[in-house]
Ligand binder design. Structure first.
Ligand code: HEM
Length: 230
């Protein structure tokens, strides 16, 4: 089939010594919240997970409180709504899969929590997908309710192009071009898929350092001991 391989992009966080770009995660969350969240859930992420990563505790708390969360049953056995808390996870856009499919011409928008890990070519694929919408080549018929995108297997996807220049207003003033939003939302999704990546890399560096010191010491003591037998 004619599915295109995504190009490789130089992600800020992909080197063995590179950490996530916190400002990009923050902007990416703004893209997710204002654009993607109307169709895609992110069940694994709670508001508190954003603290120290992209937002301060006060900001994350304020964001959670904007949400109306269904809770219960209370002592009378009734369900009720309350303002969100830091421990609440991001709200899902649909009550269940049937409702999600009904709203999307039969296709199910996948939960985006681990999507970067779940798809071949991860970040590169999702960036290419989000920015890859174009007119179909001549002779290609697009089925009702689908959209042409050469990076999606089979070339026809139920998701319409979601990102257009200016679709969000970043609170740090970065111009919200289509590719900027795509890059940032992919960085946010990459962080969500692997939130402990930075710590792991740091531990790797520390382990290498410790092992090097131990190795040099071992080398030195071996030489010292054998130096008698010349
Ligand atoms: C599928 C990301 C916005 C509806 C997908 C997939 C990704 C994705 C990664 C999976 C593609 C695959 O299976 O390989 C995003 C991002 C968005 C966004 C990052 C925001 C920038 C939206 C919006 C809607 C939507 C606003 C609804 C209006 C869907 C649907 C599918 C899908 C229905 C399933 C497509 C199919 O299987 O044919 N999206 N999406 N998405 N998305 Fe989105």
């Amino acid at each position: 089939d004619e599915t295109l391989e995504p190009p490789k992009y130089p992600w800020n966080h992909s080197g063995p010594l590179s950490s996530f770009d916190a400002a990009a995660i923050r902007r990416g969350h703004q893209v997710y919240k204002n654009v993607c969240a109307s169709c895609h859930s992110m069940e694994s992420i709670a508001y508190r997970n954003l603290i120290g990563v992209a937002y301060t505790e006060e900001e994350a708390k304020a964001m959670a409180e904007e949400e109306e969360v269904e809770d219960g049953p209370n002592e009378e056995g009734e369900m009720f709504t309350r303002p969100g808390r830091l421990s609440d996870h991001f709200p899902a856009p649909y009550p269940n899969d049937e409702a999600a499919r009904y709203a999307n011409s039969g296709a199910l928008p996948p939960d985006l929590s681990y999507i970067v890990k779940a798809r071949h070519h991860g970040e590169d694929y999702i960036f290419a997908l989000l920015t890859g919408y174009r007119d179909p080549p001549e002779g290609v018929n697009i089925r009702e309710g689908l959209n042409y995108n050469p990076y999606f297997t089979g070339g026809q996807i139920a998701m319409a192009r979601a990102l257009y220049d200016g679709a969000v207003e970043f609170d740090d003033g970065t111009p919200a071009t289509t590719s900027q939003m795509a890059k940032d939302v992919v960085t946010f999704l990459a962080w969500a898929s692997d939130p402990h990546q930075d710590e792991r890399k740091k531990m790797g560096v520390q382990a290498l350092f410790t092992l090097s010191v131990l190795f040099l010491f071992a080398l030195y003591s071996k030489r010292l001991r054998w130096s008698l037998y010349k």
